[in-house]
Design a binder for this molecule. Structure first.
Ligand SMILES: Cc1ncc(COP(=O)(O)O)c(C=O)c1O
Length: 392
């Protein structure tokens, strides 16, 4: 798979917004929640579906496994994965984290995660625990000053609970904080060697270079967020040849990883097979300083909003800022979860801008994000956010 001359030219001439389909009348400043797919990937995705449909039996019976594994290997190369690790596709980070937790949890210890974990996954783990004859515990990380405090608090909880599984976020969704997982993993292993470590790195692929952290028993990332692959593409990474397998197994379920994940029944595979093209586009964009484009935008917009609203420029502790997202405190009262969702809708309706609000340490934050298609003008209307939410 190689980039078409048209895609290469769009990147080289910095007409990056044309890599995605034109946006509608809503300014999209919240790539972090639902990433957009590259147009070239959409085209390839559609052609893969047409091609497989010409002879589904040939594809699913004969070509499928090798093609899927080759595509997952390509993703592994993009992620800079070590040779002893392998990647397998899943449809999203939620499925992948829950699969790993289900594979590793035992009645000997609870499933442990933190209050910074992604809400949907915490729901999933709460539901999963009793099915596996274990319990669910959560470490409170609501008042943290720095990375060392995160590590120490998590480590104390590991010592207290001796969990069978711990799920840690590499980049926390609500706070856009990068957690010190590299430091935490060896400390957890030393303190509780039986604990299996699952890293929810849903935001890491694309945003970080060589994001796969060493020592995790499973590492998970979405490709449909920052890599701009089709919706429904994520990877789970673990030791090649390990016995990690899905909870709902099918024909290859007892094969060594990653083949254990390659066949979970007949399903749509074009999102997986087209994902390597998204990584090629990302590689070229990154070489053309996509990082500089995104961080430059977030710095300019974030500093401007912080000054306008008279709030802290960046509430995250030093060294804990995820590079492609930035939370800005909104000077309004603390909102409930329902009110946070309602606030996004109000801003969408009145300011024609898609944003997400989160809550941390009793304050409400707007989580800014950007990708290659964003321009300064997309963020202009955000200055009015506190006034349109003043009725709250
Ligand atoms: C940290 C984290 N984990 C998991 C998810 C869930 O991703 P998905 O809906 O693709 O399963 C998200 C989504 O934003 C997230 O931020």
């Amino acid at each position: 798979m190689t980039l078409t001359p048209e895609t290469r030219e769009l990147i080289d001439t910095r007409e990056w917004s044309k890599l995605w389909q034109p946006a509608g009348d809503i300014a999209l400043t919240n790539h972090g929640s639902f990433g957009r797919t590259f147009r070239a990937v959409r085209t390839l995705h559609a052609s893969i579906e047409v091609e497989t449909d010409t002879d589904p039996a040939r594809f699913f019976r004969y070509d499928h496994h090798d093609e899927i594994e080759a595509a997952a290997d390509a993703i592994g190369r993009f992620l800079g994965m070590p040779a002893d690790q392998a990647a397998a596709f899943t449809h999203n980070a939620s499925t992948a984290v829950l699969e790993a937790a289900a594979a590793y949890a035992t009645p000997q210890g609870p499933i442990l995660t933190t209050s910074l974990g992604y809400g949907g996954i915490r729901y999933g783990l709460v539901g999963l625990a009793p099915r596996l004859a274990t319990s669910y515990e959560e470490v409170e990380l609501d008042s943290i000053d720095d990375a060392a405090m995160v590590s120490n608090t998590v480590l104390e909880a590991v010592e207290r609970y001796t969990p069978s599984v711990i799920v840690l976020d590499q980049i926390s969704s609500a706070t856009a904080m990068r957690l010190p997982v590299e430091a935490m993993i060896p400390a957890i292993q030393a303190s509780s060697p039986e604990t299996r470590i699952v890293i929810d790195a849903a935001h890491a692929a694309g945003m970080e270079r060589n994001p796969v952290v060493a020592g995790a028993d499973a590492w998970v990332s979405n490709l449909h967020k920052w890599v701009c692959a089709s919706t429904g593409a994520a990877v789970i990474v673990t030791e090649r040849g390990s016995d990690l397998a899905p909870a709902f197994r099918s024909w290859t379920g007892d094969d060594p990883f990653p083949r254990s994940f390659t066949w979970i029944g007949t399903d749509a595979k074009a999102a997986y097979l087209s994902a390597p093209l998204a990584t090629e586009i990302m590689d070229r964009l990154i070489a053309a300083d996509l990082d500089g484009h995104i961080t430059g935008l977030l710095d300019e917009v974030g500093d401007h909003l912080a000054e306008t609203w008279n709030v802290a420029a960046d509430p995250r502790p030093d060294g804990m800022a995820a590079p492609w997202m930035r939370p800005i405190e909104v000077p309004i009262r603390s909102l409930t979860q329902d009110e946070l969702n309602g606030a996004s809708l109000i801003v969408r309706d009145q300011l024609k801008t898609d944003v997400i609000f989160t809550q941390f340490q009793g304050s409400t934050f707007l989580r800014l994000s950007a990708h290659g298609y964003n321009k300064l003008g997309d963020y202009e209307r955000l200055a009015k956010v506190p006034s349109v939410l003043s009725s709250y």
